[in-house]
Design a protein around this ligand. Structure first.
Ligand SMILES: [Zn+2]
Ligand SMILES: [Zn+2]
Length: 233
């Protein structure tokens, strides 16, 4: 599926250069696509998709009670990390269709009524020219639901621990769309790390009546103080 999307992406105007290895070929070459590590099945937390060998949910899940669960396509490592960074920091949009192609299967059995991109602050979106979460959501074939806004600019969250991240995003989002009473909704992001950002968004949607909030992401960063990733901008 990723390969097929990779070929389709050739039509874009960007010079096709693999986001994984830099070779001139496709936005993602076949070799690097094969290196993507699926975030599912054995050795993953059943609730939040993070790498986890223990029984039941992993310890990080205790902080994610606003969510029904986190589903992600790939472990945030190697090729997946290269793709996330290529889109977010190098604005290499040719990789977006391949990343988005991995999202729809995550929502297959969830009965999602509304999909929300994790919003960027207006000034940041203006500078970048796009919101990577909204781009992925749309390319996945979903309709972005209106109303969720980032009202406060937050610090970049590189290297911050969960407690700091929660303080950083507290009150950063506002929902001013229609009521969501009884609905099942999904937040879509490129990568979920601690979950602080999606939880804060989930709280706003629940205040508007949403019954169930899922987080869907291209990549899931498993906990490690050494590999903590920015989750935010
Ligand atoms: Zn490659
Ligand atoms: Zn977990």
């Amino acid at each position: 599926m990723i390969r097929r999307a990779a070929n389709a992406a050739l039509d874009l105007l960007y010079p096709p250069r693999c986001a994984g290895c830099g070779k001139f070929d496709l936005p993602l070459c076949a070799h690097c696509a094969d290196l993507l590590s699926e975030a599912a099945g054995q050795g993953r937390c059943p609730f939040c998709t993070a790498a986890w060998d223990g029984d039941g949910n992993c310890p990080r899940c205790f902080h994610l009670h606003e969510l029904e669960g986190v589903r992600a396509a790939f472990e945030m490592a190697g090729t997946a990390r290269n793709l996330v960074h290529a889109l977010k920091y190098r604005y290499y949009r040719a990789v977006a269709p391949l990343m988005a192609a991995a999202l729809p299967p995550l929502a297959d059995d969830l009965g999602i009524d509304r999909y929300y991109p994790v919003p960027l602050h207006r000034s940041r979106e203006k500078r970048r020219g796009f919101n990577q979460s909204a781009l992925l959501l749309t390319l996945a074939g979903w309709q972005p639901a209106p109303g969720l806004r980032r009202v406060r600019k937050t610090e970049r969250q590189v290297g911050q621990r969960l407690g700091e991240r929660r303080a950083n995003v507290a009150g950063a989002f506002e929902y001013d769309g229609p009521r969501l009473d009884g609905l099942t909704v999904a937040l879509v992001d490129d990568v979920v790390t601690t979950g602080a950002t999606v939880m804060e968004c989930a709280r706003s949607l629940q205040d508007a009546g949403a019954r169930t909030v899922w987080a869907l992401a291209f990549a899931r960063a498993s906990y490690s103080p050494q590999t903590d990733e920015p989750i935010d901008d």
